[in-house]
Write a protein that binds this ligand. Structure first.
Ligand SMILES: [Cu+2]
Length: 71
């Protein structure tokens, strides 16, 4: 299962790597792939796990970006 998030405020590849590293530290997140150009993060959830959108959004916000679930 994957979840998508829209992120604004990223401006370079390092921003994307920072977001990915941060999201991959969240329990239940198998991997994160952020595309800076499109402002989209695709988060893969570990089998049997669930993740809370609010936790993901808060983690991204703490980095200084704006984020929201992309449904
Ligand atoms: Cu940057």
């Amino acid at each position: 299962m994957t979840r998508r998030y829209r992120i604004s405020g990223m401006h370079c590849a390092s921003c994307g790597l920072l977001v990915d590293d941060t999201l991959e530290d969240i329990p239940g997140v198998a991997s994160s792939s952020t595309d800076v150009r499109s402002g989209c993060a695709v988060v893969a959830v570990e089998p049997g796990a669930s993740i809370d959108d609010a936790v993901v959004v808060a983690a991204i916000t703490d980095l200084g970006y704006d984020a929201r679930p992309d449904r």
